[in-house]
Each structure stands twice: as C-alpha cells, then as structure tokens.
Write a protein that binds this ligand. Sequence first.
Ligand SMILES: Nc1ncnc2c1ncn2[C@@H]1O[C@H](COP(=O)(O)OP(=O)(O)OP(=O)(O)O)[C@@H](O)[C@H]1O
Ligand SMILES: [Mg+2]
Length: 272
Amino acid sequence: MAMTVFELKDVHFSYLGKFPALAGIDITVEEGRNIAVIGANGSGKSTLLHLLNALIFADKGSCKFFGRELNEGLFREEDFSKAFRRAVGLVFQNPDVQLFCPTVREEIMFGPLHLGFDPKTILPMFDSITKVFGIEGLVDRMPHQLSIGEKRKVAMASVLISGPDILLLDEPTSGLDPKTSRDLIDLLKKHHESGKTTITATHDLHIIEEIADIIYVFDKNKTIIRYGDPHELLCDIKFLEENNLMHSHSHRHDGETHVHRHDHLMHDHAHS
Ligand SMILES: Nc1ncnc2c1ncn2[C@@H]1O[C@H](COP(=O)(O)OP(=O)(O)OP(=O)(O)O)[C@@H](O)[C@H]1O
Ligand SMILES: [Mg+2]
C-alpha cells in the first residue's frame, strides 16, 4: 500500500493573523500521486504549497508529513529538517523570490552543496540539468539580469538538480515558451514514472491531464470546492466558467467579431 506523504485535516492559515489564505483544507497525498491544484487568483494555491514546504505552519488543524505533525519544533530537529529539505523541493511562483546567488552556476549548485551531496557527484548533475533546460550558456550570468523565462528555468533547475522525491511546483509553465513548456512536461512525466510525487498549482488547464491524476479546485473562500478525476472535472464547462477557470475571447474573421470559449480540450473553438 502506498505511504501517505501529506495528510491535511481542517487546515486554516491567515497572513499576519488577519488575511485568510486557507480555510479548512483537507487533502491526503499518497506517495507517487500527481496532484494539480487550480483556482482563481488569491484562492490559496501558493499558500498551500508554502505550507507543504514548511515555510509556514497551520494556525489551526493538522498537517502531517509521513505521520509527523509539521511545526516549528519539529524543524529544530536537525536530522528531520535535513531529511525534509532533501525530500521536498518547491519551485516558487515568482523566481525572483527564489534566486539569490551571484551567478547561475552558484544558484544551481547551492541546493546539492547545502544538502550534503558528495561534491564529486554535483558536477555531472549540474552538467546534466543545465542541458535539460538548455541554459548552459547562462551559467556565468547574474540571475537577476535574466529574462523572466530564463529565471524560471534556472529556478526549476536549481530544485530539480537535487532530485527531490516530492516536488511542489507553483505555476511552472507560466512565462515559458511552448518548446520549453513541452520539455518541462516531458521531464515531469519521467519524474512521475520513477514513482515520485508532484503537486502542481497551475492556471494552465491544457497541461493538467498530462501531469496529474487527481485535481483539487480552490475557490474564493480559500476552501476546496471540488476534487477528483481531471478529465471529468475539466469537461464540466459550466463549473469551470463559474469558478474563473475558463475564459472567452473575441477575434475578428470574415469581417465579423466572434466570441469564443477557451477551454483546455483540443483548444476547442466553440462558437457562442
Ligand atoms: N504575504 C502575504 N501577506 C498578506 N496576505 C497574503 C500574502 N500572500 C498572500 N496573501 C493573501 O492570501 C490569499 C491567498 O493567496 P495565494 O497567493 O495563496 O493565492 P493563489 O491562489 O496562489 O493566487 P494566484 O493565482 O494569484 O497565484 C490571498 O487573499 C492573498 O491576498
Ligand atoms: Mg499563486
């Protein structure tokens, strides 16, 4: 039977005690599962990932990692803290929050060096991950001088290089060109095939069926309003529209303006 990685029961969290961001969240994440989290802006997706990465802790309710309650006290245990940081990797929504080293090379090597990897193994890992993201030419640059998409690739590489068993991704395809997006999805599929666990927050409905076997939907009240099979949920157009998850856009052809729905399936252009 699969082990339970995270078990959240009635989790509440507010920023500064007054800005609610999670309001009664129940989620169970089993090892090897791939979970997508979707929802409108401000619905709590990033906050959930920060909580799962133990950057913040629940105000109320319980958040367990392999049966152990995550709290500040637990992270004072050096062995646990080290094992947790090695096991769980978060790629932030905003790469500027994540990148802090003077060069891309140092940025990417920071994780494995800090996590105590054998220095002899780091160089081949570095060569391989920079190749995967096609960023070999950027390694001597300063991270803050890169384009947003380049920063995102560096941020991704600096987490993936350490091969975390549990990967938390916050809007991973945002700002990536189509080819890089495709390569990233293929990389995530390999990650999945090797039995690893991924939790991805995204607004990009097109990628969900490829990267997730279960989907959770957050709403404006910072709660989960629905979860289940991605295909079934993504075919529920009415539900998606009601929850800011699908949009219409207009464009001109044959001298007329048409409004089209933009859903995830086959980039379907249904006239409406
Ligand atoms: N640092 C902060 N201080 C105060 N409130 C915050 C902070 N970060 C987030 N919030 C609030 O917490 C709620 C949840 O925010 P969160 O960033 O988790 O949403 P999200 O679903 O990731 O949104 P988006 O799709 O825009 O990334 C929002 O109401 C937001 O205003
Ligand atoms: Mg977010």
